[in-house]
Design a protein around this ligand. Structure first.
Ligand code: ASC
Length: 153
């Protein structure tokens, strides 16, 4: 295979992934539901560890903060593909119908988390607790705003 055709194949498969309906990336709706729940769960675990530092419940560890924030920022863009059409059923979950009826607003919440968690990771990289604290609140608010609007209690 020539370099050119490899590049073409790579671009084509990237384009295909982007253009496929999200549900089509999963074998079945249950997989999409588990995927988004898994990504959100792992993110929550690492975000809580940051919260413990930001709120003074555990001592600040700059390296751990950076690692946790990097995980959050890396995972922040993942869950949303798991909310594609047809993934409102197939396994137990707490997502409200608005996820599928207000896709633009839901996506805005997702984008907000991606943006805030990128700032959080940049803040953690400075190794300064005050920077971490300043970036933690807005990120937590983006979690909470979406949960309030789109997650059942
Ligand atoms: C967390 C976590 C969330 C958010 C949210 C912020 O640690 O798991 O969902 O923070 O509680 O308000």
């Amino acid at each position: 295979m020539s370099l050119k055709s490899i590049a073409f194949a790579a671009a084509a498969s990237a384009g295909l992934l982007l253009s496929l309906p999200a549900a089509a990336q999963f074998a079945k709706p249950e997989d999409a539901i588990k995927y988004r729940q898994g990504a959100l769960f792992v993110m929550g675990q690492h975000f809580s560890r940051l919260g413990a530092m930001a709120n003074g419940r555990v001592p600040f560890d700059a390296k751990a903060a950076q690692q946790n924030a990097d995980v959050v920022a890396s995972l922040a863009s993942l869950p949303w593909a798991g909310f594609g059409p047809g993934t409102d059923k197939g396994a137990p979950h707490k997502a409200k119908a608005g996820v599928w009826t207000e896709q633009v607003k839901f996506q805005e919440h997702a984008d907000k988390l991606v943006a805030e968690s990128a700032k959080l990771a940049a803040a953690a990289k400075t190794g300064n607790l005050d920077n971490l604290k300043a970036a933690f609140g807005p990120t937590a608010n983006s979690c909470k705003a979406c949960h309030d609007a789109y997650r059942d209690r």
